[in-house]
Design a protein around this ligand. Structure first.
Ligand SMILES: O=S(=O)(c1ccc(O)cc1O)N1Cc2ccccc2C1
Length: 398
């Protein structure tokens, strides 16, 4: 990739990174998918994908040099540059049937190229940690960057998956619009995630906690609870939470006899649909609770077998931070409430109404670049911010 390639790309990066990404709601994904039109999707994506790619590529370029220069970050930057270049080839083209077909194939190709981005970036962080030159405050900016970097990746893969599922090869699934299920039953996703986590738990601990699932529909008393959501996102979150809960319970209760069950309650309220997963795994002290969502902390080397009183927080991997991004992606969230000495409640929040479930997208601009090095404040750096909370979201890191 010679310098003229980067010069050409550089100008296009500057151009596309000036635009803010356009967040879509689940309702907009649905309405579009109901009466789908491939050329409209093509016209939208051949602008929106370069905008989202350029926004995050500009932010990668702002990373501290010792991270930017790791082999892993070099590799994934190259993937982004090639994918950006492949998409902008379509910039001035019309939606002919040949172009539509080629566009679908390029999108699938890009999705495959970026399959290992999460672990490649995690490897870069490990390389940085091993090089021992972590300056103070760098952890905060790496946490800020990775939340935005992985959220951007979730959003780009959502756009690619919707387009290739709606217009690519492959059969349509009943009651699905792309990867969105119209009446997703959270209880079914809970059971799926539990059974798969339980299988792993049985393999490792020769036993696993049972599960007790309850529902409370405050809106339509006694009615089953359904949500318009992306089941694969909810599954990813629940699988992670069940793995943590089972590990906690099995490492806290050595005797097979008294393994307390994991309790799950699914609640439909006016604004939120929640899934609360409660374990009696001994919990963690408040002093360590904020480490659970840290990337730097989670990239510690694999924990040695520890006794249950010193909870092996490290070695959790990126599971919880990325699960929280999946929940926040459509304006939901995850919160972990632990009672040290007893157990932990993990609460997954989702928007009940699909027109409130808007994508939450990072925006590259002076605000976000100020976070990496001081420059002037202008607009928000997330696509949901009122100016006020943008200000108090700022903590000068240096
Ligand atoms: O930190 S936790 O409270 C905990 C964290 C997240 C979660 O989803 C469930 C949890 O229970 N927990 C993890 C763990 C691992 C080994 C031994 C004891 C514990 C306690």
């Amino acid at each position: 990739l010679n310098s003229s390639f980067f010069n050409k790309i550089g100008k296009m990066l500057d151009f596309y990174s000036q635009f803010n990404p356009s967040p879509l709601s689940i309702k907009q994904f649905l309405d579009f998918g109901m009466n789908k039109c491939e050329s409209k999707s093509y016209v939208f994506l051949k602008k929106e994908l370069p905008v989202r790619l350029a926004n995050i590529m500009k932010e990668i370029a702002l990373l501290p040099d010792n991270l930017l220069r790791t082999p892993s970050v070099g590799l994934l930057s190259n993937w982004y540059a090639r994918s950006f270049e492949e998409v902008i080839e379509f910039e001035k083209t019309d939606p002919t049937s040949d172009n539509l077909k080629r566009f679908c194939m390029i999108l699938s190709h890009i999705r495959d190229r970026h399959a290992d981005v999460v672990q490649t970036m995690a490897q870069g962080i490990m390389e940085l940690k091993d090089s021992q030159n972590i300056e103070p405050g760098m952890e905060t900016s790496i946490q800020y960057f990775l939340d935005r970097f992985y959220m951007s990746r979730i959003s780009i893969r959502m756009l690619i998956n919707q387009h290739t599922l709606l217009f690519g090869e492959g059969s349509e699934h009943a009651k699905h619009i792309g990867c969105i299920e119209i009446d997703c039953d959270p209880k079914i996703v809970v059971k799926d995630a539990y059974e798969n986590a339980r299988w792993l738990c049985d393999q490792y601990y020769y036993g696993a906690p049972e599960i007790v699932v309850k529902e409370h529909n405050e809106l339509e008393r006694g009615e089953p609870i359904n949500i318009v959501y992306v089941p694969s996102h909810l599954y990813h979150i629940l699988f992670e939470i069940f793995k943590n809960a089972m590990r906690a319970v099995m490492e806290t209760h050595q005797e097979r006899g008294d393994i307390p069950p994991i309790q799950v309650i699914i609640v439909k309220g006016n604004e939120d649909i929640c899934v609360k997963v409660s374990d009696q795994g001994g919990g963690i002290p408040r002093s360590s609770a904020d480490q659970l969502f840290k990337y730097m902390y989670s990239t510690a080397p694999h924990p040695s077998k520890s006794d249950v009183h010193t909870v092996p927080l490290a070695g959790f991997g990126y599971g919880l931070p990325i699960s929280r991004l999946y929940a926040r992606y459509f304006h939901g969230d995850i919160s972990l409430m632990s009672c040290d000495g007893y157990g932990t409640d993990a609460i997954i929040y989702m928007k009940r109404l699909s027109d409130e479930a808007n994508e939450l997208l990072p925006i590259f601009n002076k605000t976000s670049s100020r976070f990496y090095n001081k420059s002037t404040v202008s607009a928000g750096d997330w696509s949901n911010q009122s100016s006020l909370d943008m200000l108090n979201q700022w903590k000068l890191i240096r």
